[in-house]
Ligand binder design. Structure first.
Ligand SMILES: *[C@@H]1O[C@H](CO)[C@@H](O)[C@H](O)[C@H]1NC(C)=O
Ligand SMILES: *[C@@H]1O[C@H](CO)[C@@H](O)[C@H](O)[C@H]1NC(C)=O
Ligand SMILES: *[C@@H]1O[C@H](CO)[C@@H](O)[C@H](O)[C@H]1NC(C)=O
Ligand SMILES: *[C@@H]1O[C@H](CO)[C@@H](O)[C@H](O)[C@H]1NC(C)=O
Ligand SMILES: *[C@@H]1O[C@H](CO)[C@@H](O)[C@H](O)[C@H]1NC(C)=O
Ligand SMILES: *[C@@H]1O[C@H](CO)[C@@H](O)[C@H](O)[C@H]1NC(C)=O
Ligand SMILES: *[C@@H]1O[C@H](CO)[C@@H](O)[C@H](O)[C@H]1NC(C)=O
Ligand SMILES: *[C@@H]1O[C@H](CO)[C@@H](O)[C@H](O)[C@H]1NC(C)=O
Ligand SMILES: *[C@@H]1O[C@H](CO)[C@@H](O)[C@H](O)[C@H]1NC(C)=O
Length: 652
């Protein structure tokens, strides 16, 4: 094999080396030997290694590291030895490691190391700051394991079998900031007292209990990941005043009410359970939490009151719980009926901007719910059961999506909604609305009334809607529209006045894309998806128009069309459609089409001018006042269409 690099950096990655090189160009600081077959790092005369600062020997078959070799690397700061066999000869190797006086970064991941081996390797690395022991076979952290590495800042112990952390194991590590214990077998954390930590990852363990030490100083902890455990209750973190991100997803939390604990629910018994009585409001100190993930738990009530003390909360996920009712739990444990709640006091409002309620069983959201979330910008209500409530109009007794001033993004995917009421979103200036997966949805024309000047993105995907159920008003700002998976044979006419950029009409009943629609979008449209429609091979003018206008057809290769040959119907790829079989051959030269399109545009401008003259207004109107014409108005449409360069067109 051969190595490459510049004078100070050399890479011999994956070149089939079986031996450590004996000689290195003078002054090399960085040497990469990963993905080779090196077994031993030995050799008493290694020329040119004196300046080496970084050595990567990951993914080799390393099992012996000699003191003689390490003695020649006095400048080494980073030593990466992940994915080797350092469980072999660990006594002699560990002895040699004591010569790594200046080492700051050490990777010993995936080396089959048991706890005592790992401890031996790191027993005297006084300058070490980052240590990776992930993917080994450690089962416990003995009390003294880190005594020789007092400067550690970052420690990765993930993906081991750690079941036990002896008291004081981390005690010497005053500078420790980041600890990853994910993917281990810990059952209980009590008396958590690492006040210096900033990031702690305990995800994918078997934790039932997480209790911090009583009376400890304030914790510096900012990020705590407790996802994928078996927590039954919200962790007790009374002094974690700096915590900003808390992840409790994939646990077994059924209630956030204090005093709702039943010790019988724990699978194991711990002596700490005596002091864990859960009567303190668990969230009291969490004033800086911005991001709280409680998805995939067992909550049945939206725990409104619980969140009041989380004054910085911006993003909250309660997705995949069992929420049915959005009643407010009071601290006393009683619930108020959801429909007739008294006016809320000012402080009761939550600061949440993004709320994820996906995959619950919510039937209705009461008015006070939105009033209590005045900052709400995004809400995902996909896969719930809002169907009965029909998504209300003002005055109705159902979910009121109107007049939620800051709401921008609303997802109502898969709610079994069959009909939208008129003006359902009046005065809620949505930018995006997802109504997909509501089979047989009826969208009457007035339903989206009020969104004419805000909505930019709309999905009506997989609703099996036919023409009569899809009436859209003139949505003057709509850019992205997904109509796929319906039963449309015509595009809703209201759309012609939208400045569409992206359109998905896959899997409908379209024989063609109508010319007026394409004309009105010719300045804005950038891409379409069309496969799965029964297009006619003999009327593909729409395709020519798209291509002349430089619109990308995302799935042209999959699109089929049908033609008749004699009395039989055939299906062909649209890209190789046998146009010569069509009854009325016509010119398909792009140039001719361009002329046609320009013709259309000048015609409509002409109509406008004539009209204006008739009204005695001075001169020809500008694009924005061009409201009357042969075709529906469209911003900028009186500028001639330009043929975009051919390379932006999907190749046929
Ligand atoms: C590697 O080192 C071990 C132990 O020092 C020794 O037994 C073995 O022969 C060496 N192998 C090679 C290929 O140098
Ligand atoms: C540990 O390392 C320090 C400094 O690097 C050195 O002075 C000391 O002798 C070493 N101790 C052992 C037991 O090797
Ligand atoms: C914690 O570790 C898990 C598993 O490796 C990882 O998926 C997750 O992103 C980590 N969490 C944080 C906050 O880094
Ligand atoms: C919480 O953890 C889950 C699972 O590991 C992950 O999917 C999710 O993104 C995390 N949430 C946050 C807010 O980091
Ligand atoms: C609950 O714990 C708190 C603090 O840990 C303690 O002051 C209180 O007496 C305990 N209450 C019960 C009922 O054990
Ligand atoms: C959808 O709603 C109707 C009533 O509106 C109900 O009869 C039907 O069972 C619901 N379907 C599902 C899948 O929830
Ligand atoms: C929509 O909101 C406006 C402003 O409040 C109001 O005047 C109008 O009546 C509402 N429309 C409907 C149909 O509720
Ligand atoms: C689609 O609409 C046509 C009429 O336009 C109707 O005959 C057909 O049954 C509809 N298909 C579905 C799946 O609803
Ligand atoms: C062929 O297709 C046309 C239009 O799609 C239809 O009217 C006709 O019945 C079809 N003929 C056969 C033989 O399937």
């Amino acid at each position: 094999g051969s190595c490459c690099g510049c004078p100070t950096k050399v890479s011999c990655k994956g070149v089939g080396l079986h031996k450590f090189p004996k000689e290195l160009g003078h002054g090399v600081k960085y040497l990469e030997l990963s993905n080779n077959f090196i077994q031993n790092l030995s050799g008493s005369h290694m020329l040119g290694f004196g300046q080496l600062e970084y050595l990567d020997v990951c993914f080799n078959q390393l099992e012996a590291v000699s003191a003689a070799a390490l003695a020649q690397l006095p400048q080494l700061r980073s030593l990466l030895l992940g994915s080797n066999r350092l469980d072999h000869n660990y006594v002699a190797n560990g002895q040699a490691f004591r010569l790594l006086r200046n080492i700051e970064v050490l990777d010993l991941s995936a080396n089959n190391l048991e706890s005592h081996m790992a401890g031996w390797y790191i027993s005297n690395l006084t300058k070490l700051r980052m240590l990776d022991l992930s993917g080994n076979k450690m089962t416990r952290l003995p009390a003294g394991i880190f005594w020789g590495t007092r400067q550690l800042r970052e420690l990765d112990l993930s993906n081991n079998y750690i079941m036990e952390i002896e008291e004081g194991a981390f005690e010497a590590l005053e500078e420790l900031e980041v600890v990853n214990l994910a993917l281990n077998s810990l059952h209980c954390i009590s008396g958590f007292s690492l006040t210096q930590l900033r990031v702690l990852n305990l995800s994918h363990n078997a934790l039932e209990l997480f209790v911090s030490e009583e009376g400890a100083e304030p914790y510096l902890l900012q990020v705590l990941d407790l996802s994928h455990n078996r927590l039954l209750y919200f962790p007790e973190l009374p002094k974690a005043h700096y915590l900003t991100h808390l992840n409790l997803s994939n646990n077994l939390i059924a209630s956030l009410l204090p005093g709702s604990h039943h010790l019988g629910e724990f699978v194991l018994r711990y002596k700490e359970m005596a002091s864990f009585n859960g009567t303190s409001p668990a969230a009291a100190g969490l004033t800086h939490v911005v991001d709280l993930d409680l998805s995939n738990n067992r909550l049945q009530l939206f725990p409104f009151t619980f969140f009041h003390s989380l004054g910085s909360l911006r993003s909250l996920s309660l997705a995949m719980n069992c929420l049915q009712e959005v009643a407010r739990e009071s601290l006393a444990g009683s619930t108020e009926p959801s429909d007739r709640s008294p006016a809320l006091p000012e402080h009761a409002a939550l600061s949440v901007r993004s709320l994820d309620l996906r995959s619950n069983a919510i039937h209705v959201l009461p008015r006070w719910f939105f009033d209590s979330l005045p900052q709400l910008e995004t809400i995902d209500l996909g896969s719930n059961s809002l169907h009965g409530s029909h998504v209300a109009a003002p005055g109705g007794n159902c979910t009121p999506f109107y007049n939620v001033p800051r709401l921008k993004h609303l997802n109502l995917h898969k709610n079994n909604i069959t009909r939208l009421r008129p003006y359902a979103f009046n005065q809620t200036l949505l930018l995006s609305l997802d109504l997909s997966g509501n089979k047989d949805l009826f969208v009457p024309k007035e339903a989206l009334g009020g969104l004419e000047f805000s909505l930019q993105k709309l999905s009506l995907r997989d609703n099996q809607m036919d023409n009569s159920k899809t009436e859209l008003p003139c949505l003057g700002t709509l850019k992205v529209l997904d109509l796929s998976g319906n039963n449309l044979s015509l595009l809703p006419t209201g759309l012609f006045c939208s400045p569409l950029e992206s359109l998905d009409v896959r899997h409908n009943n379209l024989l063609t894309l109508e010319k007026p629609a394409l004309t009105s979008w010719s300045r804005s449209l950038k891409d379409v998806a069309v496969a799965g429609n029964p297009f006619s091979c003999c009327s593909l003018a729409w395709l020519d128009m798209l291509q002349v206008a430089g619109v990308g057809v995302r799935d042209l290769d999959e699109a089929l069309c049908a033609y008749r040959d004699g009395s039989r119907n055939f299906s062909a790829k649209i890209t190789s459609s046998p146009r010569w079989l069509c009854p009325h051959p016509r010119s398909t030269s792009p140039l001719a089409l361009l002329v046609v399109i320009i013709g259309i545009f000048s015609l409509s401008s002409g109509a406008c001018c004539l009209l204006k003259k008739g009204q005695k207004s001075p001169g020809c109107a500008g694009p924005r006042t061009n409201k009357v014409g042969v075709f529906p108005s469209h911003p900028k449409r009186d500028e001639p269409a330009e043929a975009k360069p051919a390379d932006s067109v999907t190749k046929v």
